[in-house]
Design a binder for this molecule. Structure first.
Ligand code: GUN
Length: 287
């Protein structure tokens, strides 16, 4: 029997409905949640992602400020913009779209963002809090994946979870969130030997490679009734694809996220949630 779809559009719509009410409540207290985005250069994928984030904000009543900088922006210029946004009382969340052009230092840039406006959850302070189970603003894709598990009541306790990604944006934060939910977590990556063995033994596989020419997870690589979360999105043979073919994997898995319509919408929904959380925090801080 085929498995079931984990529908990121359905879950994200529910999150957004809840956020609409939270925004109305904040508005009644004279707080208008506001997200500032910083996009350096004109990479088409990044431009589309930022545009989608703005559109999503608008739909739940979050105000946006859009900073589009030329590809040759210097570190000093970028630092100044971040400092201004840190000091701007109207702005509750700051998102610097990654990756940045090569002349810019991503670590220095992210570290400059005020932790209470860090709606990506990527500053050293928020990464540290996450590792200690005390975070408030968590990275959006990992927390979006967790939200899908909660929504479908998928219990991770004692489950053997294999992740194929070790990045600061996905694998590392997700490791902590999975562990906090009592999963047994293995982080695989490009240098892992016997990746197929890990996949075959996994109750849950979270894959985020994003290059079909290097890796594709097929149904013969997973165990019967495994849960498969496909975080990847890339263009391959003219189509938007993940690391799996949904129609193939769902024949053997118990739950699967499609691409598109799986993890992607959740990333955006969690960014909105973090922005509303940051706006609520500002109220508590300002009084
Ligand atoms: N680029 C790809 N994903 C992300 C993300 O979640 N946040 C930021 N800032 N940049 C990204």
């Amino acid at each position: 029997m085929a498995g079931q779809k984990i529908d990121g559009i359905e879950v994200s719509n529910e999150v957004k409905e809840i956020l609409k009410s939270a925004v109305e409540k904040l508005n009644s207290e004279d707080v208008i949640p506001c997200l500032a985005t910083v996009l350096v250069g004109d990479d088409p994928a990044s431009t589309t992602y930022v545009k989608n984030k703005h559109n999503a904000c608008e739909k739940v009543g979050i105000k946006t400020k859009d900073h589009k900088l030329s590809a040759d922006t210097t570190q000093k210029e970028l630092d100044k913009i971040i400092d201004n946004l840190n000091n701007d009382k109207e702005v509750h969340g700051i998102l610097v779209q990654l990756p940045l052009p090569k002349q810019l230092n991503e670590f220095a840039t992210i570290s400059r963002i005020s932790p209470i406006k860090d709606v990506d959850g990527l500053t050293p302070q928020n990464v540290g809090l996450l590792s200690m189970g005390k975070s408030i603003l968590r990275p959006c894709t990992p927390s979006g994946i967790m939200e899908m598990f909660y929504y479908y009541k998928i219990n991770l306790q004692g489950k053997n979870v294999v992740m194929i990604n070790r990045s600061d944006l996905i694998g590392k934060p997700l490791y902590h969130l999975l562990l906090q939910n009592n999963a047994t977590v293995t982080t695989c990556h490009s240098k892992t030997e016997n990746l197929h063995e890990y996949c075959k033994n996994a109750d849950v596989i979270i894959t985020a490679v994003g290059d079909r020419t290097k890796f594709k997870l097929t149904s013969d690589m997973i165990k019967q009734d495994a849960i498969v979360i496909d975080v990847a999105i890339s263009r391959y043979e003219g189509k938007l694809v993940g690391d799996t073919d949904y129609d193939d994997i769902i024949q053997k898995a118990s739950w699967v996220t499609p691409v598109p319509g799986g993890v992607g919408p959740m990333t955006v929904a969690m960014l909105l949630k973090n922005t509303v959380t940051a706006a609520s925090l500002s109220k508590e801080i300002v009084g």
